[in-house]
Design a protein around this ligand. Structure first.
Ligand code: GTP
Ligand code: MG
Length: 460
């Protein structure tokens, strides 16, 4: 149990109807007694919202009227004594209340510290703790659903269920090391190998969900690529519904990569606008062109934006480049307001591009169809609602699962070698278990916790 007591604003630091300050730790009771004068004593009426006055530490003057609630350890979010104060959402008032709390030896909470304490006190496991950040940051419905399932412990249960039989396997193998005179019979080894194989298959199955898990969480990555002046930035702005990138009639306007998230049809996308690809002597533009080319591997899908008035079909060289990359490419013929004929004349061979679209970023023609197609395309990679079991959306979890899978494959290879060295078998199973335990935080290091919780906001 931590000895320090922490406090932070749990709501957003902006003027709002209500602000909530959360306090956790042994000094919570002291703070409630000193700084809250309620109709009833919150300490005697735990888990009940009490109306009263929040007081200034120096003058005992009323800072605001509001509510306080006390949640005694261990039945609180952090497992420690916790209090929450609700009052008018004025950032200035928030500062005054926090200052009063600090005067009682309470410290400002670090990022994610409440959740970290909840984890350390066994209130939730590490995957669940991570899910809190995912729930808070979710931008799409599917993302929220997966995060919610993880918070409920669905992934943790699946991971534990894989680990339990492995623990038995480990115990049995370790016992054999301790009593070398009793050789393991070959049938036992086969049984052990079969159990490890079941675990390996489950780990691989979980890993296979990461592809769409990441798609849901990180968003589908769409790169806008093409010749200068084709209208890439105009298209980006139109999709986003705001002027994010500079548009100008001068070729070579965009140099940096411009990345922006958008939610279309409830699905998260990340669009990236890039410099028009061409030979150039301009030093800065050259860097931009390089950046654009280097970005191609990043994309799930490339929109090759071309100018409908480009009679010379100068985009063909970029199309060649994209074909070689092996990426999925859609041709987007822009500026059809200037040359409606392009709708029958300009298209891309099916080897390079899967689909052709005809749009005008100026009039908005054809944009609806393009966006619909984007949403539908992502939908195809998604499992049906209800059909989905545990989904891995977190890169750390994926890395742990990969390590577990590697160890179990090594174990299977060693068993198959017919002369398995017992200590090696034990080491493989132990490594697999360690990797699984890291997902749920059964084993952890300060370093891992630091990396996870530092990404949280203050007050979580
Ligand atoms: N008539 C017409 N003009 C367009 C259309 N889309 C873009 N433009 C114009 O074409 C010019 C170039 O547009 P941008 O969006 O800056 O083109 P870009 O591909 O980002 O250009 P670079 O950043 O230089 O590579 C601007 O003057 C736009 O207003 C369109 O659909 N119709
Ligand atoms: Mg541009």
């Amino acid at each position: 149990m931590e000895e320090t007591t922490i406090a932070a604003l749990a709501t957003a630091p902006v003027p709002a109807g209500v602000a909530v300050i959360r306090v956790s730790g042994p000094r919570t009771r002291l703070a409630l007694k000193a700084l809250f004068k309620g109709k009833k004593d919150p300490l005697r009426h735990a888990r009940t919202l009490i109306f009263g006055e929040i007081l200034d530490f120096k003058t005992s003057a009323t800072l605001d009227k509001g509510l306080a609630v006390f949640m005694p350890a261990p039945w609180s979010f952090t497992g420690e004594d916790v209090a929450e104060f609700q009052f008018h959402g004025s950032p200035l008032l928030v500062q005054q209340v926090l200052r009063s709390l600090y005067a009682y030896g309470i410290l400002p909470a670090a990022a994610g510290e409440f959740t970290k304490r909840a984890f350390l006190n066994g209130k939730l496991d590490l995957a669940q703790a991570e899910a809190i950040a995912d729930v808070i940051n979710a931008k799409g419905e599917e993302e929220l659903r997966f995060a919610g399932e993880q918070l409920k412990g669905r992934l943790s249960q699946a991971v534990s269920a894989i680990g339990e039989p492995l623990r038995d396997v480990l115990a049995e193998l370790e016992a054999s090391i301790d009593f070398p005179e009793e050789d393991i019979e070959p049938e036992r080894i086969d049984q052990i190998a079969a159990r490890a194989e079941v675990a390996r298959a489950k780990v691989s199955q979980l890993l296979s969900t990461y592809a769409f898990g990441a798609l849901v969480k990180e968003g589908a990555r769409v790169l806008l690529c093409g010749q200068p002046n084709a209208g890439k930035s105009s298209l980006l702005n139109l999709i986003l519904g705001k002027k994010r990138a500079i548009v100008s009639p001068i070729s070579g306007t965009t140099r940096d990569l411009i990345e922006e998230e958008a939610s279309l049809g409830g699905q998260k996308f990340v669009f990236c606008d890039s410099a028009g690809i061409r030979e150039t002597t301009d030093e800065i533009e050259k860097i931009g062109v390089e950046l654009a080319k280097e970005r191609i591997p990043w994309a799930d899908l490339v929109l090759l934006v071309v100018d409908a008035t480009d009679e010379a079909l100068s985009w063909q060289s970029t199309a060649d480049l994209l074909r070689e990359s092996g990426k999925r490419v859609w041709l987007v013929v822009n500026k059809i307001d200037l040359n409606p004929n392009a709708m029958i004349k300009v298209f891309c061979d099916s080897k390079t591009c899967q689909q052709n679209f005809y749009i005008s970023a100026k009039t908005g023609a054809g944009i609806g169809a393009l966006i619909e197609a984007l949403v539908e395309d992502v939908g195809k990679s998604m499992p049906e609602r209800g059909e989905v079991g545990e989904v891995v959306t977190n890169e750390r979890h994926r890395d742990c699962l990969r390590r577990a899978e590697d160890s179990l494959v090594r174990f299977a290879d060693a068993v198959a070698s017919k002369t398995p060295a017992l200590p090696i078998l034990v080491a493989d199973i132990r490594e697999a278990l360690n990797a699984l335990d890291e997902i749920i935080g059964k084993t952890y290091t300060e370093d891992i916790l630091g990396r996870i919780f530092s990404k949280f906001c203050i007050g979580k």
